[in-house]
Ligand binder design. Structure first.
Ligand code: NG1
Ligand code: ZN
Length: 529
C-alpha cells in the first residue's frame, strides 16, 4: 500500500519534540494539548486492528475521572473488550515514533501481524464532554481516513456505550442494536421486566440522587429518562451546566476522599450515587441521621450482585461456577465476607479492568469490580444459553421464575465493560427485589477503615511489584519496611504500586481505626521516598 496520504495527514498532526507517552492501564492520558498526534496515530492503528480482526474497532476519546484539562484515548477490541496487550505495544511504539518513522512502523506491524491492507476497515468513534474532545476526535478521523478506513462517529457517548456499540456491530446485533436508542431500549426493557416482579411484591417508587461528575452521564441519563419505567425517579446533580468536569465531584473524588461530592445536598438516609467523568464507574453513599458518611463502593456492589446471583443459581439448581474478581484495593472485610460467609471464591488480579475482565472470563459467571466502582458481570455463552433455555422451557414455576430473573439480569448488564448506567439499574433492581434499603445493604459487612495516598517520586518505575501488586520487589528493602510498619497495627494491610494513569506512586493502607489507617498510610508513604 502507498502511504502517501499517511504522510500528508501526519504533517497536520505533528508530535511535540521530546514527548514520550505510554499506552497504560487506560490507554494514553495526559494534558489535552499534547495529544493531537496520538489521536491521529490511534486512528491509523485502529484501521490496522480492524483489518487484522476483520471487525469493527472502537476509539474512545476520554480521560475518565482525570481533570477537565486532560484527555486520553483508548481502543476497543471486537467484542467490546480492551485492546489486546501485543497491540498496546504497537500503540506505544507508533505514538513515540518520529514523523519519518511512521510509515516503516506501520509496515512492520502489518508484516508481523499479517495484515492485509486491501481489506475493508471500520472504526467506531466516541467522545466525552471535555472541551478538547471534539477536535481530538477529528484527529482520530483523519487517521482513519488516511488509511482509507470507514468510520462512524457516535459523537458524545459514555465509554461503555461505545464498547456496547462495537460489540453489537461485531455480533451482527445479536448483543443488541448498535445505536444509543438500541442501548436505552435493551436496558430499560430488562429493568422493567426485572422490577415488575418487585412491584407485585408491594414495593413502591424508588428515588435516587445521582452526581454526574459534570460529565457525559448527565446527558445520557437525560436522554434515557423517558425510557425508564415510572417506578424509578432519578434526580441529576452536577449535570455539567454550571461546574467543571470531575471538579470536587464524581465517583473517584467520593471514593478517594470518602466524602460527598460538592453540589449534591445529602439528606439523612437518602440513597445517592456518583458516576465518574465518562460514566464507567459508580459508587453509592448516604449520610446517617448522626451525619456520618457511608460509602458503598465497588466491593459492596460486587457483594450485593454476587449474593443476588448466587441465590438465584441455588434456586434454578444448576451447578454454574461463579467467582468474584477483585484487586489489592478491595477492602479486606469484603474479601472475608465473600469467602467465609457467602462461600464465593474470590480472586485477586493486578489493577486495571482488563486484568479483572480476563480472570472473570474463566468462570461460568465472573463478577468483577474494582473498589473504585468499575466493574460488571460476565456470563459464558454456555451459562447464558442454559439460563435462557430454563427461562422459557422449565416446567417448575419457581425455577422458571428464578431463571427469568437471571435472564433479565443478563440483559441489564453491560458485559463488555463496567457501566455506571447499567450497574445503577442492576443495583436499583436488586434493592427493589430484595426490599433492601441502602442502610441494610451497607450493613451486610463493615468496611475496614482505609486510606489511599499519592506520593510524587523522581521515577515511579523503580517500584516493581508481585503477587497481584500486593508486594514490592524493588527497590530493595522497601517491602521489609512496609512489613515492619504493618506489624505495628491491628487488622492491618498496606501496599504500594506505581500508578498506570498518573505520574505518582499510590499507597493503600487499612487498619482497625481510621486514625490507624491514616497513620499507617502516612508512614508507608515516607518509606517510599
Ligand atoms: P492507576 O492510576 O493505575 O492506579 C486508576 C485506578 C484503576 C483504574 C485506572 C483506569 C485506582 C487505585 N486505580 O489506575 O483502578 O480504574 O485508573 O481508570 O483506583
Ligand atoms: Zn471512567
Amino acid at each position: 500500500m502507498d502511504f502517501e496520504a499517511v504522510a500528508k495527514y501526519s504533517a497536520l498532526h505533528l508530535k511535540p519534540a521530546g514527548l514520550t507517552l505510554q499506552y497504560g492501564t487506560a490507554g494514553f492520558r495526559t494534558k489535552a494539548g499534547h495529544l493531537d498526534h496520538i489521536m491521529y496515530r490511534m486512528g491509523l492503528l485502529a484501521v490496522l486492528r480492524s483489518m487484522k480482526t476483520k471487525s469493527t474497532i472502537g476509539v474512545m476519546v476520554t480521560a475518565s475521572h482525570n481533570p477537565e484539562e486532560d484527555n486520553g484515548v483508548k481502543l476497543v477490541d471486537p467484542l467490546g473488550e480492551m485492546l489486546t496487550s501485543a497491540w498496546e505495544e504497537y500503540a506505544t511504539c507508533l505514538a513515540n515514533a518520529d514523523e519519518q518513522e511512521i510509515q516503516s512502523i506501520l509496515t512492520e506491524i502489518c508484516q508481523k501481524e499479517v495484515v492485509n491492507l486491501h481489506l475493508h476497515a471500520s472504526v467506531f468513534i466516541g467522545r466525552d464532554t471535555r472541551p478538547s474532545s471534539e477536535k481530538l476526535s477529528q484527529s482520530v478521523i483523519d487517521g482513519v481516513c488516511a488509511l482509507g478506513g470507514q468510520y462512524h462517529d457516535y459523537g458524545l457517548v459514555t465509554t461503555p456505550q461505545l464498547h456496547y456499540m462495537v460489540c453489537c456491530q461485531n455480533t451482527q446485533e445479536h448483543y443488541g442494536k448498535a445505536t444509543v436508542e438500541g442501548y436505552y431500549q435493551k436496558l430499560s426493557k430488562a429493568f422493567g421486566e426485572l422490577t415488575k416482579q418487585a412491584c407485585s411484591s408491594g414495593d413502591g417508587q424508588r428515588y435516587l440522587k445521582i452526581d454526574c461528575a459534570n460529565g457525559i452521564g448527565a446527558l445520557k441519563l437525560k436522554e434515557m429518562e423517558h425510557y425508564f419505567p415510572k417506578n424509578l425517579l432519578i434526580h441529576l446533580y452536577n449535570d455539567g451546566t454550571k461546574e467543571k468536569l470531575n471538579h470536587l465531584c464524581g465517583a473517584d473524588f467520593v471514593k478517594v476522599h470518602q466524602k460527598p461530592p460538592l453540589g449534591l445536598d445529602l439528606k439523612p438516609n437518602e440513597r445517592c450515587c456518583s458516576f465518574d467523568g465518562d460514566a464507567d464507574r459508580i459508587v453509592y453513599y448516604y449520610n446517617d441521621t448522626a451525619g456520618h458518611f457511608h460509602l458503598l463502593d465497588g466491593d459492596k456492589i460486587a457483594t450485593l450482585i454476587s449474593t443476588f446471583i448466587k441465590e438465584l443459581l441455588i434456586k434454578i439448581g444448576q451447578s454454574l461456577k461463579m467467582a468474584v474478581v477483585q484487586t489489592a484495593y478491595a477492602n479486606g472485610s469484603s474479601t472475608r465476607y465473600l469467602e467465609e460467609t457467602m462461600k464465593v471464591p474470590v480472586h485477586c488480579t493486578k489493577t486495571g479492568v482488563k486484568h479483572l475482565h480476563h480472570k472473570a472470563q474463566e468462570f461460568d459467571i465472573g463478577v468483577y469490580f474494582e473498589a473504585n466502582g468499575h466493574g460488571t458481570v460476565l456470563f459464558t455463552n454456555a451459562a447464558e444459553e442454559k439460563i435462557r433455555h430454563m427461562a422459557k422451557e422449565e416446567k417448575d414455576n419457581q425455577k422458571r421464575e428464578a431463571a427469568k430473573r437471571l435472564e433479565n439480569t443478563i440483559d441489564l448488564i453491560n458485559q463488555t465493560v463496567g457501566d455506571a448506567i447499567s450497574d445503577m439499574l442492576v443495583i436499583e433492581a436488586i434493592l427493589a427485589l430484595k426490599g433492601l434499603t441502602v442502610q441494610q445493604w451497607d450493613a451486610i459487612y463493615a468496611d475496614l477503615p482505609n486510606r489511599q495516598l499519592k506520593v510524587k517520586v523522581a521515577d515511579r518505575r523503580v517500584i516493581d511489584t508481585t503477587d497481584a501488586e500486593r508486594r514490592a520487589v524493588t527497590p530493595s528493602g522497601l517491602q521489609e519496611k512496609i512489613d515492619e510498619l504493618v506489624k505495628t497495627y491491628r487488622l492491618s494491610r498496606a501496599f504500594v504500586r506505581p500508578s498506570g494513569t498518573e505520574d505518582v506512586v499510590r499507597v493503600y493502607a487499612e487498619a482497625d481505626t481510621q486514625e490507624n489507617a491514616d497513620s499507617l498510610a502516612y508512614e508507608v508513604s515516607l518509606a517510599v521516598y
